[in-house]
Design a protein around this ligand. Structure first.
Ligand SMILES: C[S@@+](CC[C@H](N)C(=O)[O-])C[C@H]1O[C@@H](n2cnc3c(N)ncnc32)[C@H](O)[C@@H]1O
Length: 382
């Protein structure tokens, strides 16, 4: 767990903002990153206060199941959202940061609304006294929904599954490419495992916000970067402009029924929409949003995208599939269904020692190299 120290003697304003952010995330099911951006627009905090608020808000959102269990031991009934928010951010500081307990409690009490201060003070003091906590089970300690822990443990084993979930409770590292684009190493390694030739024509069928498309173009390919969503395509346009890439051409189209002719491209990349279970450390609230049934719906879409993408590859060209998740449903099972339902493709092994091999493809668990969780497969189309 990241361990920020108190940013200043007087961090009350920072805690007030953190409480308000958590309340909004809870009450309106708002996205944590958007709530934070809006909060910072309205204030002129110094960078270190912004860092503290970000860490507390993301941390308290990720760890909310553990935090609620830790405070609920001292409450008679479930608290209203504003009180819940104060207790969450207070307990987060006590359990997961190096902020001295007296500072964590006093600043959080002061930042709470007047009517909540007594309860916040009493409960946080009890929580502080209960450290180290004896957790009732791993789902609560790790702070994930039961279904998600069960799925990950059943597919990756209890030890590796829990290591992965533990890893995704830590704020992720920020990695920058040579051109300044912020992109996780796992995505950079997907592109490194595509054998890009100068001037070849590559279609990136699910391209926004353009991370892999711009990386492929910087390796000399002409890249048609297409995506279904206008808003995400607009972000891609900004990225393409900022990077001054003149080998990326944008198209907005549904990858399931795309507006391209058959056999047009040397290579087609399907970097498909997925459950994102390999990037839960980047999206603090994602574990509480995603449903078990979403995974099956996404697997159906992924299969459709792969089938349509295959038709767009020239004979002898390559089809590449990648997803930032490691569920079997969205990786091996999609691929099994795909390969048994189409003719004329042969798998290409991914011989990169950084990746684990599985079912003809390769995957990364986040704890392997401190990256996102990622999976990729490649085929030659005959
Ligand atoms: C994992 S993201 C792509 C990330 C991108 N390749 C990159 O490296 O920056 C998946 C993308 O698929 C897009 N998408 C979702 N459904 C789609 C569809 N039916 N056809 C094409 N794109 C779709 C989403 O808008 C999203 O931008």
């Amino acid at each position: 767990m990241d361990k920020p120290s108190a940013s200043s003697q007087d961090g009350v304003e920072a805690r007030k903002v953190a409480i308000d952010c958590i309340r909004r995330i809870d009450e309106y099911e708002s996205y944590a990153n958007i709530v934070l951006v809006n909060a910072f627009k309205k204030s002129n905090f110094e960078q270190r206060d912004k860092n503290l608020i970000t860490e507390i808000v993301y941390g308290a959102t990720r760890m909310q199941r553990a935090l609620d269990w830790a405070v609920d031991r001292y409450l008679m009934k479930s608290p209203p959202t504003a009180l819940r928010a104060s207790l969450r951010i207070g307990a987060y500081q006590l359990l997961y940061t190096r902020i001295p307990p007296h500072a964590a409690v006093s600043t959080t009490v002061e930042a709470s609304s007047r009517k909540n201060r007594g309860v916040v003070n009493a409960v946080l003091r009890r929580v502080a006294e209960s450290v180290p906590i004896e957790w009732p089970n791993e789902s609560i300690r790790l702070s994930y929904p039961d279904w998600l822990i069960e799925l990950v443990e059943s597919e990756h084993g209890v030890r590796e599954g829990q290591e992965m979930l533990e890893y995704m409770n830590i704020s992720p590292p920020v990695t920058e490419r040579d051109d300044g684009y912020i992109q996780d190493l796992s995505s950079q390694w997907v592109v490194e495992n595509i054998d890009i030739q100068p001037n070849e024509m590559i279609l990136d069928l699910c391209a926004a916000p353009g991370g892999k498309a711009t990386a492929m173009a910087s390796n000399g390919a002409y890249v048609v970067a297409s995506d279904l969503h206008h808003s995400r395509s607009r972000r891609m346009a900004q990225n393409v402009k900022r990077l001054r890439t003149d080998q990326v051409f944008q198209v907005t189209t549904d990858g399931v029924e795309p507006c391209f002719g058959e056999s047009m491209f040397d290579k087609v990349l399907v970097d498909a929409p997925c459950s994102g279970l390999g990037v839960l450390h980047r999206r603090a609230d994602a574990r509480w949003r995603i449903k078990r049934s979403d995974i099956d719906n996404l697997a159906t879409l992924q299969l459709k995208l792969l089938r349509s993408a295959k038709n767009l590859v020239k004979p002898g060209g390559e089809l590449i599939y990648s997803v930032c998740t490691v569920t079997e449903a969205e990786t091996s099972n999609v691929v099994k269904n795909f390969t048994k339902s189409v003719d004329g493709i042969s798998p290409v092994a991914i011989n990169d020692p950084r990746w684990r091999k599985k079912d003809g493809g390769a995957f990364l668990l986040p704890q392997d190299h401190g990256t996102d969780g990622m999976c990729m497969f490649k085929w030659i189309v005959e």
